[in-house]
Design a protein around this ligand. Sequence first.
Ligand SMILES: C[S@@+](CC[C@H](N)C(=O)[O-])C[C@H]1O[C@@H](n2cnc3c(N)ncnc32)[C@H](O)[C@@H]1O
Length: 294
Amino acid sequence: MKLASKLRRFYHRVQFGREHSSKRGLRSASDNGLYPAFCRKAAANSLLFSQFRRHSVYNQILEHVPQARGQRYLDHVAEHYPDLLERYDDFRINDTVGYPRTFEFEGIGTTSPTTLRYVKVAGQIRELFGENLEGDIAEIGGGYGGQLLVLDQLVGFRRYTIFDLAPVNLLVERYLDCFVLNGGYATTTLNQCAGDHQFDLVISNYAFSELPQAVQQTYIAKVISRSKRGYITMNSGKPGTAFFDGRMTLEQLEAALPAFEIVEENKFGAGEYIIAWGHKTAPKSRARVNTKRH
Ligand SMILES: C[S@@+](CC[C@H](N)C(=O)[O-])C[C@H]1O[C@@H](n2cnc3c(N)ncnc32)[C@H](O)[C@@H]1O
C-alpha cells in the first residue's frame, strides 16, 4: 500500500473509528470496519450526511457506478422501458439527497449513474413481476435505500423490509425519512428476523451474493426460501466471478433456492447474472433453468 493511501486510511480510522457488525468469518466484503463506522456517523452527523454519497469511504462499497456504465443502463432503459424516460423526473428524487456524483446524459439531463441502475432494475422488476407488487417485499443489503425509493415511484407495494447491518440501517432510515413514500418500510437485521414470515418478493443486488456462505445459508432459510418470487443480481457462484471464493456455488444455489431462471447474464459486468423465480414473463432464449420443484 502506498504511503498516501496508508495515511488516508489512518486518518479515516481516527475520524470514524472502527466497527465490525459480525465476527471474523461471518463478515461480508462491506463489513470491513470502516464502512459500518462511516454509516453510523453519517446517520448521526448532518454535515457528513449531506454529502455521504461522494465520500471515498462510502464509495469503496457503494455509489461507484462509472458514467460509461450509467450510459449502458440508460441505453437498456431506452430500449426496453422507454416510458420510464418520459417520467425520469420521478426517479431523479434519488439524486436530491446525499450529494451524489452526477453526469449529463443525453435525453434525460443530469443524473447519478447509480440512480440509472436503480431505474433499470425497477423496470426489469416491473417487467418480470408486474405493475403492482402488492404484499411484502424484502431486500437483502439495501445500501442507503435508493432501490426502494425508485421502486416506490414505479410499482405499488405495501411493506418493504430492508435487511442490512445495524449501522447501515441507521443511514437507510435517515435517508428514506427525507422523502414521503407511498408504501411503508422497515429495516431489520438477519438476527432480528424469526424466519416465520412469508414474503411476496425478495430482492438483492450485489449483496446476498457477497455474503459468506454461512450467512447466505441463513438468509435462504429465513427469507429467500420463504419468498414466493425473487430477483437477485449475482456476482458470485460461478468461477471467475468477483466474489466466488467462500460463497455458495451456482450448483449449491440451485439445490437450495426455489426453482429459478437466469434472466440476464454478462450484460453489464463480466460474470454477473440475475436470477428470478415466480415471474410472469419467461422470455425466450434465456439461459438456464433450474427445474427443481418446491
Ligand atoms: C455492494 S452493496 C449493494 C447495495 C445495494 N443493493 C445496491 O445495489 O446499491 C452491499 C450491501 O450489502 C450490505 N450487507 C453487508 N453485509 C450484510 C449482511 N450480513 N446482511 C445484509 N446486508 C449486508 C451492505 O451494507 C450493502 O448495503
